[in-house]
Ligand binder design. Sequence first.
Ligand SMILES: [Zn+2]
Ligand SMILES: [Zn+2]
Length: 120
Amino acid sequence: MVTHDLPKVKLGVRFPLLAFYITMSQTFIKLVENFTCGQCGAIVIGDGYTNHCPRCLYSQHVDISPGDRLAECRGLMAPIALERRHGVDQILHRCLKCHYTRANRTAPTDDLAALTDILL
Ligand SMILES: [Zn+2]
Ligand SMILES: [Zn+2]
């Protein structure tokens, strides 16, 4: 009898996971912005937090305040420095068009070699 019960147990485990996955996907659709990197052409899959390319670390000048997407500049923002603020690693980005500078959190997906390159 134990062997007959096993499939039911497996399904019971799978369905909540599937429901969780669908819920998370729907939540993320509102926040996620995929974009093509204007610097290296990489297709960046947004996670709702990352606003820079994980490969070359370039960003785009789209915000006046973080996340508002109200800036009309749309210039490429180059990674110019790494710094640690409040225990969080940040990439300092400078807009190539208007020289606006802002710090952005590093993401786990960021290319480690590219991060190291900023320091050199
Ligand atoms: Zn890039
Ligand atoms: Zn700008």
